[in-house]
Design a protein around this ligand. Structure first.
Ligand code: HTE
Length: 843
């Protein structure tokens, strides 16, 4: 394969093994990587070896784009977006890179000719699960859109050694298994140890007079220093040459041994210090929307923020840009408050490490940051006890106090004699034990503040950030979330992609609004039939997968009714469970009931310490155990818990849904993004007026959306009027029967205590108002049942959902951020040819 056959004409060129896209070249490159990188020949190669060989083959084809992007950004000093996020839930890279490079079909062909199967190789990839849920996945979608729109951008985060845990279900209960995603190596990252930076923690501060300027300065004498090593992953845009960087920091000891401790004989103490340092990037905290004031978490935040800011300063120095222009070079977005310490750390770096004065530093800092809020839930609000904060970050506490002093002076001028307002706005909570309020810090330190859906942004202004809205109304805007159609349509649903493209061409993939061109096809019976066949085939695939994984038979002609998201009381998976029990009771009472067969699918992880969420998982599995084998049900209802739901699994699930459950208590789900992924794959939504559901319904049309339940305003009013969930139990016989069935131990082998915490909560507290929404939900589900019987009409609604979801592309969201907040322009990349010809270094 390495030599030119004699028969080949002399003018034929051999393609470069690292870049060529001909089938023969791809095959040669694949075998070359198998041999020289994996060190295997085919007879010994495992499926993982084949995956790795293919991953390197694809990575090679990315590198010229990546280096050309880096080179142009370096030479042109282009304005750059820095997306700071404690989570990036990237999902598998291989398939996405094949799509964005536009070489899926060529590679598929080459792999087939080698006697292998591309789908099987794709399944080998262990996904980097470096996030919990929507917030982390949003960061990943935004990186895809930034690159696709040719915007210079860097994603900064933490290279957790253990990402979100793998979920197993034992006897119906969730069991957490550590996620060893790096076990077989990660072909997508390149370590850059020469760009390592040091981060200080603890110790004390000393003031001194600057010898040159005679100015008051502060020196921080830390207790420990941790080194951050950057690991870079290329983020290729869709069919462009732009390849941006995801830069994740891994923590190491600053020196491999503490020599002082070592020489004094404390060998184990020295090793201990080393492993303490490495602990910082060891594990992702698996709580979604639940704040826990753990010191290690604050260390993680400070660690990646300081590494990232120092990296930006290094980049500016490399480009010979003056530090005074920091805010012109970089727009930094804070993904919730997890990186909000950046406001303080940038002040410190500019003042203490680069001898800038306060006013100049502050002018830069508060023009650099934007802050995105992702939740209104009070339990998610980050606030660090002053003592912990001051012990870990003594210099930062001083700076926080000074920012606060100056800020509160401004507040006094705008709102004289309003002490309550001052204490609400203060960066320090002084109502009891003292805390640093991170949302307040983010608001003061940012030029722009946004929520993630229209309702959420309005509620922010009326509730948790009301005082900040009154202080700085001009900072506030809405940026409704979006998701990338490359991963969540093209990659995950190739059959639908092919059908759509055959009708309207492929430019919808970059301009999702063009899906509108599908609307006329709702009147084309052949199109509708094909659309319906595709949905059915995908459901059959998922049914096969479920059979293999769980040995449960599910009927692909039944309604696939899916709720896939983190398990949370506010998301109300247990309301869905009440519906299942309602239908079960109806069939038990009337075995001949005329009911549309349904398969209830649940997927999602519970935070390991969230007892109620774990009990909800057990409840769903327990109901499933009874319903699935009750002969009276005769297969009309099936309940399946999809174990270990993650991005890879999600890509199978969204395309297979008929009905998408978006049933949070109104006002609680900031946006949701799964709701978008389902709808753009032709699933109909049953949902409340919450988050982005409202905007989805506006787009797809009320007649193509199953709406139920209290509005956010009604929820608040009902609470204020004195909500008593027991009233609903007492007055609604069908609801009473459902609750009694669960309490009786019917689903728990007679154990009437097992689900008592759920039942008691519903009857006596019901914070999330399941009881109030129950009847409306059941009525709406009955409408779904009837609607599904008219398959022509259902298909029509489904097609219109796809056709009208264009707004929810992350490209639209990112364009809005670029125009309103970041003020950045595209920088198109020309592919630099030098790699193939250059044989000397032009230094
Ligand atoms: C919202 C979800 C929204 C998504 O962000 C969420 N917010 C968090 N997690 C989410 O999925 C969050 C996690 C930890 C701390 C604070 C917030 O719940 C992206 O779609 O509605 O904006």
């Amino acid at each position: 394969m390495q030599t030119v056959p004699n028969s080949m004409p002399a003018n034929i060129q051999i393609e470069d093994d690292r870049t060529g896209l001909e089938t023969e070249t791809l095959k040669r490159a694949f075998l070359d990587n198998l041999f020289y990188i994996q060190g295997k020949f085919p007879a010994l190669a495992t499926p993982n070896d084949y995956y790795m060989a293919l991953a390197y083959t694809v990575r090679d084809r990315l590198l010229r784009r990546w280096l050309s992007s880096a080179e142009l950004y370096t030479n042109s000093g282009s304005r750059t977006v820095c997306y700071l996020s404690a989570e990036f839930l990237m999902g598998p890279h291989l398939g996405n890179n094949l799509i964005n490079l536009g070489i899926y079909n060529q590679v598929n062909q080459a792999i087939e000719e080698l006697g292998l199967n591309l789908d099987e190789l794709l399944q080998q990839e262990e996904e980097p699960g470096l996030g919990n849920g929507g917030l982390g996945r949003l960061a990943a979608c935004y990186l895809d859109s930034l690159a696709s729109l040719e915007i210079p951008a860097i994603g900064y985060g933490i290279r957790y050694e253990f990402g979100i845990f793998d979920q197993e279900i034992h006897n119906g209960w969730q069991v957490e298994i550590t996620d060893k995603w790096l076990r077989y190596g990660n072909p997508w990252e390149i370590a850059r140890p020469d760009w390592a930076v040091d981060v200080k923690f603890g110790g004390h501060t000393e003031s001194f007079e600057d010898e040159l300027e005679g100015r008051f300065r502060v020196r921080w004498v830390p207790y420990k220093v941790v080194r951050g090593i950057p690991y870079d992953t290329p983020i290729l845009g869709y069919k462009v040459n732009t390849a941006n960087t995801l830069r994740l920091w891994s923590a190491e000891a600053a020196e491999s041994f503490d020599f002082a401790a070592f020489n004094s004989g404390d060998y184990l103490g020295a090793v201990q210090q080393k492993s303490d340092s490495e602990n910082i990037s060891k594990v992702l905290y698996p709580n979604d929307e639940l704040y826990r004031g753990k010191q290690l978490r604050l260390e993680q935040q400070m660690f990646f923020v300081s590494c990232s800011l120092q990296d930006m300063i290094r980049i500016m120095a490399g480009q010979k840009l003056p530090l005074e222009d920091f805010h012109k070079k970089f727009a930094i977005q804070l993904n919730d408050t997890h990186p909000a310490i950046a406001v303080v750390e940038l002040m410190r770096l500019l003042m203490d490490e680069h001898s800038m004065d306060w006013d100049k530093s502050w002018a830069i800092v508060h023009n650099t940051f934007g802050y995105t809020n992702h939740t209104l839930l009070p339990e998610a609000l980050e606030r660090w006890p002053i003592r912990l904060f001051g012990e870990l970050l003594p210099r930062h506490l001083e700076i926080v106090y000074e920012i606060n002093r100056r800020f509160l002076d401004d507040v006094r001028i705008k709102f004289p004699d309003d002490g309550d307002r001052l204490s609400r706005l203060s960066l320090i909570d002084e109502s009891g034990e003292k805390y640093v309020r991170m949302a307040n810090l983010a608001c003061v330190g940012s030029a722009a503040i946004n929520g993630v859906a229209a309702l959420h942004s309005e509620l922010l202004k009326q509730t948790v950030l009301k005082d900040f809205y009154e202080m700085y109304p001009e900072k506030f805007s809405n940026k409704t979330n979006g998701v990338t159609p490359r991963r969540f349509m093209v990659l995950s649903n190739p059959r639908l992609e092919t059908l759509i493209t055959s009708k309207i061409g492929d430019s919808w993939i970059k301009h999702l609004d063009e899906l509108h061109k599908l609307e006329p096809f709702v009147n084309d019976p052949a199109f509708c039939a094909e659309f319906r066949q595709i949905k059915h085939a995908i459901k059959q695939d998922l049914a096969n997968y479920i059979k293999v994984k769980t040995n449960i038979d599910v009927n692909p002609n039944s309604i696939f009714d899916i709720q896939a998201k983190r398990i949370h009381e506010y998301k109300r998976q247990h309301l869905n469970a009440l519906h299942i029990v309602t239908l079960y009771n109806r069939i038990k009472a009337n075995p001949n009931l005329d009911i549309t067969p349904r398969t209830f699918l649940f997927g999602g992880k519970a935070a390991p310490g969230y007892y109620m969420a774990k009990l909800i998982i057990k409840l769903i599995n327990s109901i499933g155990d009874v319903v699935n084998r009750d002969p009276d049900i005769a297969g009309r209802l099936k309940v399946v818990f999809l174990t270990d739901y993650n991005v890879k699994f999600a890509q199978r699930v969204y395309p297979a849904a008929d009905l998408s459950e978006q049933i949070s208590t109104a006002g609680k789900e900031a946006s949701g993004t799964g709701n978008m992924k389902f709808a753009m794959n032709g699933s109909l939504t049953i949902g409340t007026l919450d988050g982005a559901n409202i905007e989805i319904r506006e787009e797809v049309g009320a007649e193509n959306f199953f709406l139920f339940g209290l509005s956010a305003e009604e929820v608040v009013a009902k609470k204020a009027a004195g909500y008593n969930p027991m009233d609903y139990y007492a007055s609604n016989p069908e609801l009473k029967l459902v609750i009694d069935r669960i309490s009786s131990g019917f689903f728990s082998s007679g154990d009437g205590n097992l689900f008592k915490p759920i039942v008691d909560d519903l009857l006596y507290r019901d914070e999330y108002m399941l009881m109030a929404d129950y009847q409306a939900y059941i009525d709406c589900q009955d409408q779904v049942d009837h609607a599904y019987r008219d398959q022509d009409h259902w298909t029509r609604m489904s097609i219109l959902n796809v056709a009208r979801m264009g707004k929810f592309s992350s490209d639209r969201a990112i364009r809005e951020y670029c125009e309103d907040i970041w003020k950045v322009q595209p920088v198109p990349i020309e592919l630099d040819e030098y790699r193939q010809t250059q044989t000397t270094l032009n230094l």
